[in-house]
Design a protein around this ligand. Structure first.
Ligand code: ZN
Length: 198
């Protein structure tokens, strides 16, 4: 019971994070670097269901599935989120370039899928297929658990604009909307997702 109570409290905080992010998107889109770059302040919702299945995380770091390893799909690599039968099908590419194709039961994962749909609608709306927003509904404020996010490693990654390899962390820059990585000296004014780059 203690776990459940703690989870509910943390879930409340996570839900506030989602709502704040959504409501501020028009006025000052993604101007809070804390959301994306800080190691310990990210709205990540994990739904650890009593039912079987992997847990899903949704937040500024994209969507992730807790399997033997954490399989994370950054927002820019998310390809589609669609309803198929009683499931949401999530497809994309992991940070390691591997294809991801997960079926998430809506009974088990409705809260997580609702959070995923809400975040996708702000960051990468083209991935949402059909009437998934109407089917899933709004995220529940009392669902999930708030977790910290490890910062994205930039060194060794390729610039999304120039293709050059980023040698040092300080040379890299991250789009706060979709997580595309750029070389600071080569980044364009606008990300491929349309967001302004700092
Ligand atoms: Zn972007």
């Amino acid at each position: 019971m203690l776990f459940l109570n703690s989870g509910a409290l943390l879930a409340g905080a996570g839900a506030v994070g989602f709502y704040l992010q959504s409501s501020q998107a028009d006025a000052a889109p993604f101007t809070t670097p804390l959301l994306l770059t800080a190691a310990a302040c990210l709205g990540v919702a994990t739904w650890l269901s009593m039912a079987r299945g992997v847990a899903m995380r949704v937040g500024a770091g994209g969507v992730a599935f807790e399997k033997a390893d954490l399989i994370r799909v950054p927002w820019h690599a998310l390809e589609s989120v669609a309803i198929e039968g009683k499931c949401a099908r999530v497809r994309g590419q992991s940070v390691l370039g591997a294809p991801v194709d997960e079926m998430c039961n809506l009974h088990t994962y409705r809260g997580a899928v609702a959070a995923l749909v809400a975040e996708s609608a702000v960051r990468v709306p083209h991935v949402l297929q059909g009437k998934i927003r109407e089917t899933v509904g709004a995220p529940l404020p009392a669902a999930g658990e708030l977790l910290p996010l490890e910062p994205v490693q930039l060194a060794g990654r390729r610039c999304a604009h120039s293709g050059k390899t980023i040698a040092f962390e300080s040379d890299g820059s991250l789009c706060k909307r979709c997580e595309r990585i750029y070389l600071r000296t080569a980044k364009p004014a606008l990300c491929a997702c349309g967001a302004a780059l700092d």
